[in-house]
Write a protein that binds this ligand. Structure first.
Ligand code: CA
Length: 519
């Protein structure tokens, strides 16, 4: 039975965004009740800069991750799961919209004052769940821009996640190293004192925000290096110093609204817990977007020193704790068997990021740090086109529906939207989520092969995986991952026919959407 459902992104959406553009006509493959068995809660636990080798179940020996390891033992652990890009913003864009960052402008790393990167007209992962009556929320790092004009941190901040299908949001606007270091809840800064308004600016750190602008002043790391107490000796982020840490940008005001870095994990778990509890018997979709393990890493004191990999490893212990707290809540509420849990990361690992030295003083992206291999056996990491940049931990647990084990299926996060729409029995509106395909059988362990091909990106550099081959666009490189998983031997000159084939496939993907026929 096919029926059409018209839906809206949420009753609390601001009026001026309640335009017809936010109404999608959806086809449901079967009536709501008949599909109840395929309407699990979905908890997406998204790590930040967590590498393939940062998890015990993936081989980490220097960092204890018992909770994620438990999830892996109870679920399906993918060995070839990928984010779409080796940096935050484009990966998250692909995750939520089902579009690769190939044809989109502004697909670099969003700065702290960036406006909305996803258009309210776009169909999102949250819209998919809204279509079938789920409660939806994003809690944690956002980094996809806010508002459509200069952001008014002291007033209403909209459009935001509420215009993309999320009923509720409690977010870090960009990243923990960017200003303002506050939470935004449902369109407003949490805990803001109107007598201490927030001003954030970019530009030269040698020109602080003038005294004539109201609000609490903060030292500028470039001018007052002694104010940097949490990472002494490292002034790579030379802007305003908040909580003893130099940030990107300049800020005044908002003192009562500042988050404490060491409390972020607890704050996000508290908010997520409240959302899940409040969901009661209603199905929920929670995009839990952890701050860990992005730099600056300043986990709670109870996690510090708990790994053999410096603060970076300790932040990973914090991430594992967050995952464990949410899994424990599902157990407590009797929801574990009715909840599809997906744990993965937005890009590969980095030891030194923005100059924050807390994992390794000698390593760049990927590679070894005193016996810890954050990208596992793979080359590169964050910012890079090699496997370490996008092959990340990817674990799926759904008791009774997904058999525990290990899957070598090739899977990209850009295909989550298409796969979950198949699971829920919802057709994606025409022209939306153009690159997201249906690999629900791979996601649930019924198919061990997964995608024939996937595309991954690193800024303007693009790679395509097809079978055992990987082609990188710039500079042109070809690797046979079966023989050379570490991408050490560029075989570009040895296989001209294969190169031409991979280039042609990549051009087809660039030129038109996957769901409109490219395969
Ligand atoms: Ca990231």
């Amino acid at each position: 039975m096919i029926r059409t459902l018209y839906f809206h992104s949420g009753v609390e959406t601001p009026k001026h965004y309640m335009s017809s553009s936010r109404c999608f006509a959806l086809l449901l493959a079967c009536p709501l009740l008949a599909c109840a068995a395929d309407r699990p809660n979905v908890l997406l636990i998204y790590g930040d800069d967590v590498g393939y080798g940062d998890v015990g179940a993936y081989g980490a020996e220097k960092i204890p991750t018992p909770n994620i390891d438990r999830l892996a033992s109870e679920g399906l652990r993918f060995t070839d799961g990928h984010c779409a890009s080796s940096t935050c913003t484009p990966s998250r864009y692909s995750l939520l919209t089902g579009e690769l960052p190939l044809r989109k402008e502004r697909m670099g790393i969003a700065h702290g004052l960036s406006n909305m990167i996803v258009s309210p007209d776009q169909f999102t992962l949250a819209d998919l769940f809204k279509a079938v009556g789920y409660r939806t929320a994003v809690i944690g790092k956002w980094h996809l821009g806010l508002d459509d004009e200069p952001i008014d941190w002291n007033g209403r901040i909209e459009p935001g996640p509420e215009s993309l299908g999320f009923d509720h949001h409690f977010i870090i606007p960009a990243t923990n190293d960017r200003l303002p270091t506050v939470y935004v809840e449902d369109g407003g800064v949490v805990g803001l004192d109107p007598d201490d308004p927030i001003t954030v600016r970019r530009g030269s750190y040698e020109e602080p925000i003038p005294d004539s602008v109201a609000g609490t002043p903060y030292p500028i790391a470039l001018l007052e290096p002694d104010a940097v107490t949490a990472y002494p000796g490292d002034h790579a982020h030379s802007g305003s110093v908040i909580n003893g840490i130099g940030r990107i940008g300049k800020m005044k005001g908002g003192k009562s609204a500042l988050f404490k870095d060491e409390d972020i994990a607890d704050d996000l778990v508290r908010e997520a817990t409240a959302f899940i509890r409040e969901s009661g018997d209603e199905p929920f979709f929670l995009y839990f977007s952890a701050n860990d393990i992005h730099a600056p890493r300043w986990p709670h004191s109870r996690f510090r020193g708990k790994s053999d990999h410096g603060l970076r490893g300790d932040a990973m212990v914090s991430f594992d704790w967050s995952a464990g707290a949410l899994l424990g809540l599902l157990d407590e509420l009797g929801l574990a068997k009715d909840t599809l849990v997906i744990l993965t990361s937005d890009n590969g690992p980095v030891y030194i990021d923005g100059g924050y030295l807390d994992g390794c003083k000698t390593c760049g992206s990927g590679g070894a740090d005193h016996g810890h291999f954050a990208a596992g056996p793979y080359r590169g990491g964050k910012y890079q086109i090699y496997e370490g940049g996008t092959r990340v931990p990817f674990i799926v647990r759904w008791p009774g529906r997904v058999d525990p084990g290990v899957s070598d299926a090739l899977f990209s996060q850009v295909d989550l939207l298409g796969s979950l729409s198949s699971l829920l029995g919802v057709e994606i509106p025409p022209g939306q989520a153009a690159d997201s395909r249906d690999f629900v059988n791979a996601l649930t362990g019924k198919d061990s092969k997964g995608a024939d091909w996937i595309v991954t990106c690193s800024f303007k550099d693009v790679a395509i995986r097809h079978g055992e081959w990987k082609y990188v666009s710039d500079p042109p490189q070809l690797f046979n991952l079966r023989e050379d998983p570490g991408e050490r031997d560029n075989a570009i000159g040895d296989h001209p026919k294969k190169v031409a084939e991979m280039q042609a496939l990549l051009e087809r993907v660039r030129a038109r959407s996957s769901r409109s026929g490219t395969d």
